[in-house]
Design a protein. Structure first.
Length: 133
């Protein structure tokens, strides 16, 4: 039930952005559909990302087995593909725990021109949720 309420809230937020709300930063219907489709295709790892393009502070789970969180930033982007679809990227940015510097990793979701998810891939550094950062 909670998941359904969150999804409904996200959809309402997307509709407000698509409608423009008087802003010049409104998404096209295709961008909104691509993000929404990717968001619905998500699993546990995607729950701290925005459903519109942008960056927000977030806490990433170090692993499913360790109840510890790693602070960082989470970014959602949308880019066009040559075939008329979109690639939605969910990127996490964090500092490596032993002073190893800044890291970026996450997932890319490929959505075709009809709004169907065609693939999900891990990109960049290994996301903290998938094991030791």
């Amino acid at each position: 039930m909670t998941r359904a309420l969150v999804a409904a809230g996200c959809l309402l937020a997307l509709l407000a952005v698509v409608a423009g709300c008087g802003s010049s930063h409104a998404l096209s219907a295709g961008d909104a559909r691509a993000i929404l489709t990717a968001w619905h295709a998500r699993n546990y790892y995607f729950n701290h990302f925005l459903v519109v393009p942008g960056t927000t502070p977030c806490n990433m789970d170090v692993s499913a087995a360790v109840p510890e969180q790693l602070p960082g930033r989470c970014t959602t982007t949308v880019t066009d593909t040559a075939a008329g679809g979109r690639t939605v990227s969910f990127l996490e940015h964090w500092n490596a725990p032993s002073g190893g510097g800044a890291l970026t990793g996450g997932w890319t979701v490929t959505v075709d021109a009809r709004g169907r998810v065609r693939g999900i891939a891990v990109t960049g550094s290994k996301p903290p949720e998938l094991g030791s950062p």
